[in-house]
Design a protein around this ligand. Structure first.
Ligand code: HPA
Length: 286
């Protein structure tokens, strides 16, 4: 049986997966507009891996302007069922250089589209209008302009997380197997008071992108798990001014570890989905 493709989203400081054979760059159009960049189609053994740089290959898309819906829809169009999002984060209870596989999140986004399902305001597209026998739950909900309240009791895919945690163990890369990711809208960094607040309510790391991706993936019944690389102490914990140079430099220092985890994950991947992500829309459509 053909192996299922895997989707990787790279964040600040991770703009490609060098070492993997590039097959082609794939441009994908979506009902929500253009993804951040072309998807880089690569191969690991028999398996296709699609890589997308979240901020574009030249890092010219800020976090609040990333077309998250297009990015996630693009993976679906390419036949990807599972996505791993790699992102740089500020450390609140974790220190620079640490890697966290988060299992929970706090979402303080305000101004970005957070759902595919906008009821009667849902975008119209020929992509949703296909013969009934080919419709799946996602297309049906979009075609009929449904309202969806997706469940995020387990915000990140448990099975994909498990694959990542085991892979890290296999290649002797230390990761924290639990952690709460707090999303702040950005693009500015946080104030010390905001970080103190986030700490008080249980956040371990802070970033600007990941919860949006996790929710949108779940809405399309795709699996999503994150790898967070702590690139700096968050504001107020750090004694110096935060710079994007520091973020990108620390990310670069740690990309080898991330790639080791990813490669081992590709080797130990499970195509069969035993998680609930694949049925996420069941019972959630109004
Ligand atoms: N805050 C928010 N996002 C981030 C940070 C931070 O300190 N570092 C990397 N991404």
């Amino acid at each position: 049986m053909e192996k299922k493709p895997i989707g990787i989203i790279g964040g600040s400081g991770l703009y490609n997966l060098e070492g993997l054979e590039v097959i082609e760059h794939v441009k994908v159009d979506t009902p929500w507009g253009e993804p951040s960049d072309e998807y880089v189609k690569t191969r690991y053994g028999e398996r296709v891996i699609y890589f997308l740089p979240r901020h574009g290959r030249n890092h010219d898309i800020p976090p609040h302007r990333v077309n998250y819906r297009a990015n996630i829809w693009g993976f679906r169009k390419l036949g990807v069922e599972r996505i791993i999002g790699v992102s740089a984060v500020g450390g609140i209870t974790k220190k620079p250089g640490d890697i966290v596989i988060p299992d929970n999140f706090l979402d303080f986004s305000k101004q970005r589209p957070l759902t595919f399902y906008e009821g009667k305001y849902t975008v119209k597209s020929e992509e949703f209008d296909i013969p009934a026998e080919e419709q799946d739950r996602v297309l049906l909900a979009l075609f009929h302009g449904k309202v969806v309240h997706i469940d995020v009791s387990r915000p990140f895919c448990p099975q994909t997380r498990e694959i990542l945690i085991r892979a890290a163990g296999d290649v002797y890369v230390d990761v924290y197997p639990h952690g709460t990711y707090a999303l702040m809208e950005g693009p500015r960094l946080e104030t010390p008071a905001e970080i103190q607040f986030l700490k008080t309510i249980g956040a371990d790391v802070v970033g600007m992108t990941m919860t949006t991706e996790a929710v949108l993936a779940r809405e399309l019944e795709l699996c999503y798990a994150g790898i967070n690389v702590v690139t700096n102490w968050a504001a107020g914990i750090s004694t110096h001014k935060l710079t994007t140079e520091e973020v990108v430099a620390t990310m670069r220092e740690n990309t080898e570890k991330v790639k080791k985890i990813l490669v081992r994950a590709f080797e130990t991947w499970q195509d069969e989905r035993l998680c609930l992500c694949k049925d996420a829309l069941k019972g959630t459509v109004m």
